[in-house]
Design a protein around this ligand. Structure first.
Ligand code: PDD
Length: 278
């Protein structure tokens, strides 16, 4: 009698499994992550991302992490990469242990980081993207940047299968929450509207800067949920995310948004956003 594991078609003793196969993120998505970017050799909004990371860790009860140590690791890896425009993903999982929903408090968290080149998004910012709606099947703590992303993955894949670039999630009351991996905004006249920051969406860092940019150019900002019907009638739509900042939306569920071109205010916001980068 012996305990066995099988990796693809290879059988091995259970005891010989590498820790990565016993990582709780693998079984349960039991971990949190962050995504940061750099512009021209400078990491953007590092403090905000580290702060959100810390909040995510505390929310799931991983209390042993020194955020200053994470800051050092991020900088060290970024310096090593010598990459002006990079995307830095880092993850902390609760640790590796034999599969069991409950966990022991003394597990050692695993850390995993990548620095990869960020593709230029100029073209997509110029032409805009198409989006389609999908039910928001996620859990009730979307403010935690959790590694459980299956609902986001299924939503995005549905959008891609329809020739769209992003899925806009709609909750059971018929309101838009956010994109599958972005914040969502509408413009009506000179008013910017986006969902309020409650636990059903991620406190997007880009969202915060978009709101600042809107205030700088004297737009009114309404943090209020909107329906897909209302979104279809907007003057302008766009999404916002760390890796691309502002991206105009020119099609919403097959409907052309106004004249099908990136809107005037969206372009102004993109310009204003550049001041935060430099
Ligand atoms: N996601 N909402 C969701 C569900 C997201 O996954 C993201 C970002 C955002 C935008 O957040 P921020 O402005 O802080 O990037 C909103 C990324 C980049 C990802 O998970 O790959």
């Amino acid at each position: 009698m012996q305990q066995i594991a099988m990796i693809n078609d290879r059988i091995l003793p259970y005891e010989a499994l590498e820790p990565v196969y016993l990582d709780r993120a693998f079984y349960f998505g039991d971990g949190v992550y962050e995504v940061i970017r750099s512009y021209n050799g400078k990491i953007f909004a590092l403090d905000e991302h580290l702060n959100r990371f810390s909040n995510s860790l505390i929310a799931i009860g991983i209390n042993s992490i020194d955020i200053e140590d994470i800051r050092t690791r991020v900088k060290q890896a970024y310096d090593e990469a010598l990459m002006p425009n990079a995307r830095i993903y880092f993850h902390i999982t609760r640790g590796s242990a034999p599969r069991n929903h409950s966990y022991s408090d003394d597990l050692k968290p695993n850390f995993f980081l990548t620095v990869t080149e960020l593709q230029d998004s100029k073209q997509v910012k110029k032409s805009g993207i198409a989006v389609s709606t999908f039910p928001d099947w996620r859990w009730k703590r979307c403010d935690i940047k959790s590694l459980n992303l299956l609902a986001n993955v299924l939503a995005k894949q549905d959008a891609v299968s329809k020739g769209c670039d992003e899925a806009i999630l709609v909750d059971e009351n018929g309101f838009i929450t956010e994109g599958s991996s972005s914040a969502f905004f509408a413009v009506f006249d000179n008013r910017l509207q986006t969902a309020p920051l409650v636990s059903n969406i991620l406190p997007s860092i880009t969202r915060k800067y978009v709101i600042k940019a809107a205030e700088n150019i004297n737009m009114t900002v309404t943090e209020e949920s909107l329906t897909p019907e209302k979104a279809k009638s907007a003057d302008e739509l766009f999404i916002a995310v760390t890796t691309k900042d502002i991206v105009p939306v020119v099609r919403f569920d097959g409907n052309v948004v106004k004249d099908g071109k990136p809107g005037r205010y969206t372009e102004k916001l993109m310009e204003e956003f550049k001041h935060f980068i430099n």
